[in-house]
Design a protein around this ligand. Structure first.
Ligand code: SF4
Length: 457
């Protein structure tokens, strides 16, 4: 049975390689749907009161983008790796196509290759999205998603020679997908021995759009799962693996500090801030306190001044406009949450690294939090789906239980990964006990934030 399954999975990879025309068709179909859902709602009026997902294209597009598309893209990373990037993503398709057909193939500047861009881009896009209410209105969605797509096309035009320079260095979610896909049970892998033993002459090398060294391929985090290299030199194949393998076995090879900053400050801290501010009583107290202070000092302009919709949410017809104080408080809350969580987790994991006299331990160990970060992102995005469906009168009686199972399961998974990594470094029971206790303490505020959001506030 196991052998049959292994063979079937391998054959799926080979089929992907052989049927690239079908994959191209899928890619362009997704591009067409993407543009339709992005552009048409932005040209229409705000939905009238009492409109529904199924009779208003604006609400329908909003539901598809934020209620289905994004939560399930996140989920797909965990189950099938970055197949979204390699087969479905419209930006990947467009940047690669532009580069291949019209590209100037300029030398990629060093600045573009800076490893911090995915982290910075994710944090800024998340904050900006909240300030202009990207989940609620079509024009901000066009600005953010369309702007990102336009940038992908421009980068493809300038650089790459048919490769995906945008995806590899600049895409705001590249870092997030890179981290999440480490938990995928499927991966393309290269068998080193078969590679060396292969004697025949290959007619052509496979084209790897994200520019990966296929010979060294043993994980899915950078691979877009496009399938073009499947079967190459009889050595590359689609395989299953343990969902912990990429972190436990290869995690200490990943020496990119920006990815860990993205994980701790962005995917955990900023995401908690971005998803909780609308329901947080702390946010309300903070804003009230500042408003009272301003009034007591007779400074009224931050309470009255608004800004264009592309700087701060501004839809008077919907009675939904941010003043400058709102904008400041949202930014402060989201970035403050990012800094608070990021610094808290970094300090503890750096302390553990010091304890073992291994500075790189921090980069390795932090990856144990990926399941918890994934659960947070999924549940946070899923809250939008639920909200939109609840407006339609749908009742989710099982919602709290499902959230508890996901959050509980992810917490146990993260604790397990942390335990397994600590076990590699600890010789003595007391060391293990102290380290694991500290790790557990570090996780409590992260889980606590989601408990507050979903069960208490
Ligand atoms: S290594 Fe490159 S060519 Fe092979 S599946 Fe991954 S992205 Fe595609």
């Amino acid at each position: 049975m196991r052998v049959l399954l292994k063979k079937a999975i391998n054959q799926t990879g080979i089929a992907m390689q052989r049927h690239q025309t079908i994959i191209q068709g899928i890619k362009w179909f997704v591009v067409a749907i993407y543009f339709l859902l992005l552009i048409i709602p932005a040209l229409m009026h705000l939905p009238p009161k009492h409109s529904h997902i199924f009779n208003n294209i604006v609400l329908f597009a909003q539901f598809v983008f934020w209620g289905i598309w994004w939560p399930f893209v996140i989920l797909s990373m965990l189950f099938i790796g970055r197949i979204w990037c390699g087969v479905f993503c419209p930006e990947g398709t467009l940047t690669e196509w532009t580069s291949k057909n019209f590209g100037r193939n300029k030398k990629i500047p060093r600045l573009l290759k800076w490893r911090g861009w995915p982290a910075i881009a994710f944090i800024l896009t998340t904050l900006y999205g909240q300030l202009i209410s990207v989940y609620d209105y079509a024009i901000p969605a066009l600005l953010i998603l369309g702007g990102s797509t336009a940038a992908a096309i421009v980068i493809g035009y300038l650089y790459g020679n048919g490769n995906r320079v945008w995806c590899r260095y600049l895409c705001p979610v590249n870092g997030v997908f890179n981290l999440l896909s480490r938990l995928s049970p499927f991966t393309f892998k290269t068998d080193q021995q078969k590679w060396s033993e292969f004697q025949e002459k290959e007619h052509s090398n496979p084209h790897c759009p994200p520019m990966i060294n296929i010979r060294q391929l043993h994980g899915v985090s950078a691979c877009h799962m496009c399938g073009r290299c499947a079967g190459y030199r009889n050595a590359v194949s689609l395989q299953t693996r343990s969902v912990n393998e990429e972190i436990l076995v290869y995690g200490n090879e990943q020496q990119n500090i920006w990815q860990i900053r993205l994980l701790l400050f962005g995917m955990i801290g900023v995401a908690i801030g971005a998803f909780t501010w609308t329901v947080s009583p702390w946010f309300v107290y903070f804003k009230q306190y500042l408003a009272e202070w301003l009034v007591n000092h007779e400074i009224f302009w931050p309470l009255n001044a608004t800004a264009p919709w592309w700087i701060l949410t501004n839809y008077p017809a919907n009675n939904d406009s941010f003043n400058l104080l709102d904008g400041f408080c949202v930014s402060f809350y989201i970035l403050g949450s990012g800094i608070l969580y990021g610094v808290w987790l970094t300090l503890i994991y750096k302390f553990l690294a010091r304890l073992y006299h291994k500075p790189d331990f921090y980069l390795y160990f932090s990856q144990a939090l990926i399941p918890l970060a994934a659960a947070g992102l999924f549940l946070g995005l899923n809250a939008t789906s639920v909200k939109l469906l609840q407006y339609e009168g749908i009742v989710f009686w099982w919602l709290k239980d499902m959230r508890a199972i996901i959050l509980g399961g992810a917490s146990i998974w993260s604790l397990y990964l942390g335990y397994k990594i600590l076990r590699k470094y600890n010789k003595y029971f007391y060391q293990m006990f102290l380290s694991f206790t500290l790790y557990t303490v570090s996780v409590i505020p992260v889980v606590g934030a989601w408990v507050l959001m979903f069960w208490i506030w």
